[in-house]
Ligand binder design. Structure first.
Ligand code: CA
Length: 226
């Protein structure tokens, strides 16, 4: 596993590099945004750890440029604590997850493992998406929890498929709305919340544990019980 750390604060970069190398990751460090773009152009990474506050190009801009260039490497953004806007901006820029600073190293490792698991799984396109006891057949559009069959409308299906394809990662309302309803949607601004409520009612109709979780200030995340 090869990781690129993008962090201008030498002390933090050193600490992260040392810790990740001890976990047998191969690590490169870029100290600003344009150096990061150079590193990514010249090597193939399994993960990018991207700080938001950088001299020159900030982390959001770096993230956006990488995605525009077609780089799909998972990106974990390091955001300022309690800056909800930063989290949403990061996700909208194409980051896969965010970790508020300061964080425990253990938490960082857990996020990195989750992100790499996801890419390995994504390599084989699946026709049946699974999360806990929920299965969604992307060919027949049938949903089940255990043995219980769940009827979904076309939009509910699209929303559930989107959430499951991006399971374990927080998704902003804007990202969800644009993905399901399109950029030119001018209807009710709470359409995502309304549809999530419908889905939850159907998925939890028999008292099953919730699988769609609210991420405070951000949006939603499909995941097993927290
Ligand atoms: Ca920084």
């Amino acid at each position: 596993m090869r990781v690129l750390i993008v962090e201008d604060e030498a002390r933090i970069a050193r600490f992260l590099k040392k810790g990740l190398e001890e976990e047998s990751y191969a690590v490169d460090v870029a100290t600003d945004g344009s150096a990061a773009l150079d590193w990514v152009a010249g090597a193939s990474y399994d993960l990018i750890l991207l700080d938001v506050m950088l001299p020159g190009l900030n982390g959001f801009e770096v993230c956006r440029i990488l995605r525009q260039r077609g780089i799909t490497t998972p990106i974990l953004m390091l955001t300022a604590r309690d800056e909800v806007d930063d989290r949403v901006t990061g996700l909208d820029a194409g980051a896969d997850d965010y970790l508020p600073k300061p964080f425990a190293f253990k938490e960082l490792l857990a996020r990195l493992r989750a992100l790499t698991r996801r890419t390995t799984a994504a390599a084989t396109p699946e026709t049946v998406l699974k999360l806990a006891d929920l299965t969604l057949d992307t060919i027949t559009h049938r949903a089940r929890r255990g043995e219980r069959e769940i009827e979904l409308t076309a939009k509910e299906y699209a929303l559930l498929e989107y959430l499951l394809r991006h399971a374990h990662r927080p998704l902003s309302r804007t990202l969800i709305r644009e993905s399901i309803w399109g950029y030119d949607y001018y209807g009710a601004s709470n359409v995502v919340d309304v549809y999530v409520r419908h889905l939850r009612q159907k998925l939890e109709a028999h008292g099953e544990p919730p699988l769609i979780h609210t991420v405070r200030g951000v949006g939603y995340k499909a995941d097993e019980a927290e």
